[in-house]
Design a protein. Structure first.
Length: 151
């Protein structure tokens, strides 16, 4: 593992333990050259998953895209990065438990939308407005009405 500070290839593991999710290993490392410490996470390699986009093109699954979408819906909201990580972990668990090689973005979006209202209703409406491509105020009001009926 290369040191992120000096790019030296000589690092050693000084501590290993299960990560908070119990699905990965957290390793504390120290660079032999500069002496700085850093943390790495080791996860089980899963089968490659392809995402089918709306235009029917395919690209490799990228967790950071789900995180980015949720983050864009949460500015100035009382949502912590830990809560977002937990939500993405939940969605990922469902995605990978399906044991399919391809998954449409629409399925991923719906999985996020099922869980987002419990996290923050404003973030849910923001996410829905982009995900569902709200064209006018009426569509926006309909989505809020659905949210109010569930409450």
């Amino acid at each position: 593992m290369k040191c992120p500070y000096c790019n030296a290839a000589d690092t050693k593991v000084i501590d290993s333990r299960p990560a908070d999710d119990n699905c990965s290993i957290r390793r504390r490392r120290q660079c032999e050259s500069c002496g700085k410490r850093f943390t790495t996470y080791e996860k089980l390699e899963t089968m490659p998953l392809m995402v089918i986009k709306n235009d029917q093109s395919r690209e490799p699954y990228d967790r950071s895209k789900i995180e980015a979408g949720i983050l864009r819906s949460c500015p100035k909201r009382p949502v912590s990065t830990e809560q977002i990580t937990a939500l993405v972990d939940e969605v990922e668990k469902v995605i990978f438990s399906r044991e399919e090689k391809e998954i449409p973005t629409s399925v991923i979006g719906e999985l996020v939308m099922e869980r987002l209202p419990a996290l923050d209703e404003v973030a849910y409406v923001r996410f829905a407005s982009v995900y569902r491509s709200f064209r006018d105020v009426n569509t926006f009001v309909e989505e809020i009405s659905k949210l109010l009926k569930k409450s």
